[in-house]
Design a protein around this ligand. Structure first.
Ligand SMILES: Nc1ncnc2c1ncn2[C@@H]1O[C@H](COP(=O)(O)OP(=O)(O)OP(=O)(O)O)[C@@H](O)[C@H]1O
Ligand SMILES: [Mg+2]
Length: 328
């Protein structure tokens, strides 16, 4: 049986195929004709249209803050992605990577979506476990691990061992909040209206939590007063503020998790540090910033955006391990 791990992210869907590795990373996005509901474009092609479509077309993200908000579009998108990577004559077992403490209701939605695209066996695991697995962190009952997954719409923070989650939190904070705040900040500072694609690209190229960083890039938008197209040069320090607000929120939540820990687990945290994953962990200086705020050692995973699905791949390839960590 063909085995896949799927991380159906708010922003990006990642798929790991046993025997091949990571085979897909595409925007979780479709464009839809408003009147008929017909899907016109999928994945990256759909995302490129964000902010550029005419009135008759909508750009939709069927996963929002970790929740499936539109099952029909989610199923169509999943079918499109599967069509790119597997020949559908095979039976497929799939592990969905879901936020920490994902509700039974959310898992039912995943099951319905999976069934409608012909996936025969569906399993679930929470992202913090998968972050650890992807980094080859030895999991046992006596070795608690702290993992923080910071995505586009959701941040999961959890301390867990093979025995289960000891303390954890999921919050609706992520890269999308930063992008929206950057749009407002650029409007106030430069009197320039920019779109969300421009804002995201700006964050991902020059965004930094290192105050002395001074990379810059040219961005284009619409002058708020004249309405004319205009460009400005924006540097890392110009967008430090809207990024730092959310980094501080994330540190605050991570601190809440730490303060719930029994003493022996706290002691283990001093030794093990925190594993940081999710696309937002790619911001320059993010690891050092968190280390300073939390007073702990931080390990930023190799390719943070792929860390969860990499762990998903490890889990679905190891049935006895999966049996220990999967959500029933
Ligand atoms: N180099 C980078 N610097 C800053 N942010 C980045 C970088 N690369 C990606 N991101 C941001 O990371 C987010 C996507 O990360 P990820 O793929 O982990 O999220 P997701 O899994 O789709 O969302 P969620 O887990 O919240 O459902 C986006 O907000 C994206 O802009
Ligand atoms: Mg994610």
């Amino acid at each position: 049986m063909l085995k896949l791990a799927i991380d159906f992210g708010t922003s990006v869907t990642k798929i790991y195929k046993i025997g091949s590795g990571i085979v897909l990373a595409e925007s979780t996005c479709v464009t839809v004709q408003k009147e008929t509901g017909e899907i016109r474009a999928f994945g990256n092609e759909a995302k490129r249209l964000l902010g550029k479509t005419a009135e008759l077309t909508d750009v939709c993200f069927p996963v929002y803050e970790g929740e499936i908000v539109n099952e029909r579009y989610a199923a169509a998108l999943l079918e499109y992605f599967l069509g790119k990577i597997v020949r559908r004559t095979f039976a497929v077992e799939v592990l969905f990577c879901v936020p920490c403490a994902a509700s039974a209701q959310l898992r039912e939605k995943y099951c319905r979506v999976a069934k409608s695209v012909g996936l025969s066996r569906v399993r679930f695991a929470e992202t913090p476990y998968l972050v650890a697995l992807g980094q080859d962190v030895p999991l046992s009952e006596s070795n608690p691990v702290f993992a923080l997954d910071i995505g586009a719409g959701k941040t999961s923070a959890a301390v867990f061992s093979l025995d289960g989650v000891i303390a954890g939190l999921t919050m609706n904070v992520g890269g999308n909040n930063m992008d929206v705040h950057i749009i407002d900040h650029i409007a106030e500072t430069y009197n320039l209206k920019i779109g969300s694609q421009t804002s995201e690209k700006l964050k991902n190229t020059v965004g930094s939590l290192i105050p002395s960083d001074n990379q810059s890039t040219i961005i284009n938008g619409r002058d708020i007063t004249t309405g004319n197209p205009r460009s400005v040069a924006v540097s890392s320090s110009d967008i430090l503020f809207p990024i730092r607000i959310y980094a501080d929120k994330i540190a605050e939540y991570a601190g809440l998790v730490l303060r719930k820990l029994p003493a022996e687990v706290s002691a283990a945290m001093v030794k093990n540090g925190v594993f940081l994953a999710g696309g937002v962990a790619g911001i320059a200086g993010f690891g050092d910033y968190m280390a300073d705020k939390l007073g702990m050692e931080i390990h930023v995973t190799g390719d943070p955006q792929m860390a969860v699905v990499l762990g998903g791949g490890r889990a679905i390839g190891n049935q006895s391990l999966l049996a220990r960590i999967e959500m029933e």
